[in-house]
Each structure stands twice: as structure tokens, then as C-alpha cells.
Design a protein around this ligand. Structure first.
Ligand code: C5P
Length: 310
């Protein structure tokens, strides 16, 4: 006998991100670093289908599904559904199927996008009357990058990265992403950054701050200006843990990209290019580069978590 004869379905989508700027201050007492970052959502989407079910559950399918995504109570989509259930008292056991297109443990906020999409899907499935502000509050309890995955677009993030201020941009930027066959753990990369700073006796700039020149470059929309402002305090630590990234960055420079950066805590590299045509050329060159497990051409910015259409 089927315990849920009239199972209902709700779908949602949330995008991966890159950090155009990531300034990390000192380690705080709560285990997080004080950040000044600029997030931008890219056009690579996690899709979630939520169905009413007899028990809570999650499955991961799709192009970039890996066995390293947990399927137990630590899965971020499941945590998102359970959080909404506990806090609103509405809804009930839900099964989530994640169609994974953002690579796992790659510095692109794939897990955070899953959490954001699951909040939207659960709210839709059980008709919860939540607005964006409610979703952002729940999102912050699931992880530092989850509020941005809900909000999307371009935003400055301070605090843990979860206190957001939207940034207006007028231009679509073109990127080539180079994926790695390695996974890097975000806490490991932050730890290595602290070790490297301690070794050279160079304490963090505290508090970090987003340079005005970067915001001007975003306002004017010229990719050459943005290229000069891209920066990531985690890059050195990520390259230290995965030295081949330096060769791939060099290959991107030789291929004529405007700039290359480590995305978040890596190991994905994001190369800013002038236009869609250059993206095509660079993608071909990088896909033949040792240490590159796959490439994707994409654009930014893109919207935040939203119900699926159709
Ligand atoms: O919040 P989330 O679970 O995504 O963060 C993963 C880890 O990344 C944290 O436990 C912490 O080690 C590190 N982190 C940090 N400072 C931040 C964000 C993340 O040290 N602002």
C-alpha cells in the first residue's frame, strides 16, 4: 500500500556562484573568518524536485553527481527541509532529488545552492507563506553562503559572508570555468590560509573591505576593468593544497583570458573573457590542459533560488 497516494511535487532551481573578490580577516571565536566578499551567481544550476513522502530522503543524480555528497541527515537539502518543518510546524516528510550540475567541493557553492533550492521547493510543496526575508533568515542558519544562493545576482557579503547588500551591475560577463578532479574542503583551505599567514608573520587585514574600484568596474560593466580587480585571499592556500592549479592559471593567461581566479576555496578556476566567442576558444584550449577535468562556458550574473517553471 502506498502511504502517500496523492504525492505532490514542487521543483526549484538555484545557481552556483563565484567570488569576484574575497578578503578574509582573522579567525573569529565562532570558527568563521570575517569576510568582505563580492558574490556573483553564474549560469550553472542545481535543480531540485521535492515530493511528499512517507519518510525524509534525498537522492543526487545528474552530470556532476558524486559519491562524496552525503545522503544522510548532513545533506544540506535535507537539513533545509527539516529546518523549515521544525520551525514552521508545517509540511512533513519530503523526498528531494538533486540534479547536480555544480561540481562538488569545488568552491562554487553547490551545496549552498542545494540548500537554497530545497528551501524554495519545500516552501512550495507545503504552501508555506514565506517571503524572501524569511527564506534569507533560514538560509543563514544552514551555512555562510546559503543566503547568497537564495538572493542571487551580485552582492557584497560581510560578516561570515551571509550579511548581504545587493550590487547593481549592468553587464553580462563571460567566463570559462576549469574544473579539477580534486575536491578541496573549505575548512581545510581556510586553515591553510591561516597557517601561511602565521608562517610569514603577516596578520590578516582586519576588517577586510571591498575596494571601491571593483564596485566601479561592476557599475561601468567593462570586463577589462573588472579583470584588474578580481582577487581572492584563499587562492594561495588553495594552490598550496593543489599545486597543479598554478599551471592551469598559467595556461589561462597564455590563452589570452582577461584574468583567472580561484573560485571561492577552489579548486575550480574562473577565467574572465571578453565575449562568448573568446569563451569558446579558451574552453577548447583549457579542456586539453593537464589538470583540467572539465570546462564550462557560462555567464554572470544570474538570479537567486526560484520555483522551477513548467
Ligand atoms: O558555513 P559553511 O558550512 O558553508 O562554512 C564551511 C566552513 O568554511 C566553516 O566551517 C569554516 O571553517 C569556513 N568558513 C570560514 N569563514 C567564513 C565562511 C566559511 O572560516 N566566513
Amino acid at each position: 500500500m502506498n502511504a502517500t497516494p496523492q504525492a505532490r511535487i514542487a521543483g526549484s532551481t538555484a545557481n552556483g556562484k563565484i567570488n569576484l573578490y574575497l578578503g578574509a580577516g582573522a579567525l573569529r571565536d565562532d570558527g568563521y573568518h570575517e569576510l568582505a566578499t563580492v558574490f556573483q551567481a553564474v549560469g550553472i544550476e542545481e535543480r531540485i524536485r521535492a515530493t511528499t513522502a512517507a519518510d525524509w530522503g534525498v537522492d543526487v543524480v545528474g552530470e556532476r553527481a558524486t559519491a562524496t555528497v552525503p545522503l544522510d541527515h548532513t545533506n544540506l537539502a535535507l537539513m533545509a527541509g527539516r529546518l523549515l518543518h521544525r520551525e514552521t510546524g508545517r509540511g512533513g516528510p519530503t523526498r528531494f532529488v538533486i540534479d547536480k550540475n555544480v561540481p562538488v567541493a569545488a568552491g562554487m557553492g553547490g551545496g549552498s545552492a542545494d540548500a537554497a533550492a530545497a528551501l524554495v521547493a519545500y516552501a512550495g510543496l507545503w504552501d508555506l507563506p514565506l517571503d524572501r526575508t524569511d527564506l534569507l533568515t533560514f538560509a543563514a542558519r544552514l551555512g555562510a553562503d546559503v543566503p547568497f544562493a537564495v538572493q542571487g545576482g551580485t552582492a557584497i557579503g560581510v560578516g561570515r559572508g551571509d550579511e548581504l547588500a545587493p550590487v547593481l551591475t549592468r553587464q553580462t560577463f563571460h567566463w570559462v570555468l576549469a574544473f579539477s578532479d580534486l575536491e578541496l574542503s573549505t575548512p581545510d583551505v581556510y586553515r591553510r590560509m591561516d597557517e601561511l599567514r602565521a608562517e610569514r608573520g603577516a596578520p590578516a587585514l582586519d576588517p577586510p573591505r571591498v575596494p571601491g574600484e571593483l564596485l566601479q568596474a561592476l557599475a561601468h560593466g567593462r570586463p577589462e576593468d573588472l579583470a584588474a580587480q578580481l582577487h581572492n585571499d584563499l587562492a594561495e592556500a588553495a594552490i598550496d593544497l593543489a599545486p597543479r592549479l598554478a599551471d592551469v592559471l598559467a595556461a589561462g593567461r597564455e590563452a589570452g583570458t582577461l584574468a583567472g581566479i580561484v573560485s571561492g576555496s577552489g579548486p575550480t578556476l574562473a577565467f574572465l573573457v571578453a565575449d562568448a566567442r573568446q569563451a569558446m576558444e579558451v574552453a577548447i584550449l583549457l579542456s586539453a590542459t593537464p589538470g583540467v577535468a572539465g570546462v564550462a562556458r557560462t555567464t554572470s550574473p544570474h538570479p537567486g533560488a526560484r520555483p522551477a517553471v513548467g
